[in-house]
Design a protein around this ligand. Sequence first.
Ligand code: AMP
Length: 492
Amino acid sequence: MGSMIGIDLGTTNSCVAVLEGDKPTVIVNSDGDRTTPSVVAFTQDGTRLIGVAAKRQAALHPDRTISSIKRSMGSDKRITIDGTSYSPQGISAMILKKLKKDAEAHIGATVTDAVITVPAYFTDAQRQATKDAGTIAGLNVQRIVNEPTAAALAYGLDREENREVMVFDLGGGTFDVSILSITSGLIEVIATAGDNHLGGDDFDAALVEHVVKTFKKQEHINLRKDAAAIQRVTEACEQAKKELSQSDRTTINLPYIATAHNHPVHLEMDITRQEFESLCAPLIERTMQPCRQALSDANVDPHALGRVLMVGGSSRIPAVQNAVKDLTGQEPSHSINPDESVAMGACLQAGVLSGSVGGLILLDVTPMSLGVEVKGNKTSIVIPRNSSIPTKHSEIYTTASPLQTMVEINVLQGESQRASENTSLGTFRLSGIKRSMQPQIEVTFELDTNGIVHVTACDKATGSSADITITGSSNLSDSEIKHAQHALESGE
Ligand code: AMP
């Protein structure tokens, strides 16, 4: 086995770390930065740009730039540029390949294996898509680890005394909160909740909306009609947001943002932290509900938490920190760079798997309940949410009517009692069931350490089980992965 790396494949930024001795070290990329924007762009002459170069040209070519692809992982979305269609896995693989290359340049050796993190709230399809992206990038993905768990490892919480810890992770596009229990070096995720569509991008969008509206009022120009202008405003708003984490006010300055009557129009706008905070108050409130849910699922009083870790770039926003402080009654910890702790933890987990780091056990839970659809649009849960993984559980079902020889099994993920309100991971058929008044069908769910689901069904009377594999419609087949690998290599 070659070297193994830990990767935080983020919505906005990604980060890669490697063990030096038994210490995780964040790798500086070929641009001299410790994180790499998760952005891919295709120039008109066919060159592929990844990272800061792609982000830089986004303003000029928004239609040729792909960002926040993590939000589409696990979906069947395709992005077509110059007649070529790309899957979210294929785009993520381009980012992973760059991280792999940067790591190889740093180590001076080939990297073959990786541990990649995902938000704890990611569904099966999203985890599988992440694993596929790693495979396309030429990595053996040894483990998919939840981001908050990785953060706890980076903080060395496994070496601390027994207690319950909350990890609040607000990144660029996703929000996760987990309650971990630490007992004699064992880290167990006891509850997790979150929002796959909430992060720093939304804070940027709230500020952009405010700037565009104010500018329209002042200048009677709608910047929304100009994609390049909006891209510039978005970048300036992200910068302003970051500055407001340090100071009480900032100025957005964008010369030549538009023209009116053949004259250039400039944008100059003061924003105070207070204004920003009131624009973002609904977003901050949206982070509180999953916190309350995770605490209640874990049966932990917020004031009894041993520690609160702040992870993800957006956890630097003072109003976010204050909200967490109000909820838990304690000062949250952010001594490790919130952009780097997840990659560092992933790399520690890689060290555990390769045997170079000892004395650390990780237990994860499944973030959502898994079950099957039964008569009357109902969900029957086979594995409840927050069960430790890996796990295996079986339930016996019968057919909807007597003498039925075939059943269609709809595998569901989610918390609703109504089947139609949950996510269908896939359906499969078990045929050749022995005719009887009440056939007994055993359905077995198996969840592996990566949180990926395998389901089988068996007719108890005959013992015969159909050959069943769940392949979500968005997942890639082996030949699609090979094709994407080939496309990735030929495009370089
Ligand atoms: P991550 O995905 O963890 O790298 O987080 C990236 C997000 O954090 C982006 O939306 C950034 O704009 C945001 N971010 C980074 N630094 C700061 C800061 N100082 N204040 C507010 N947001 C920040």
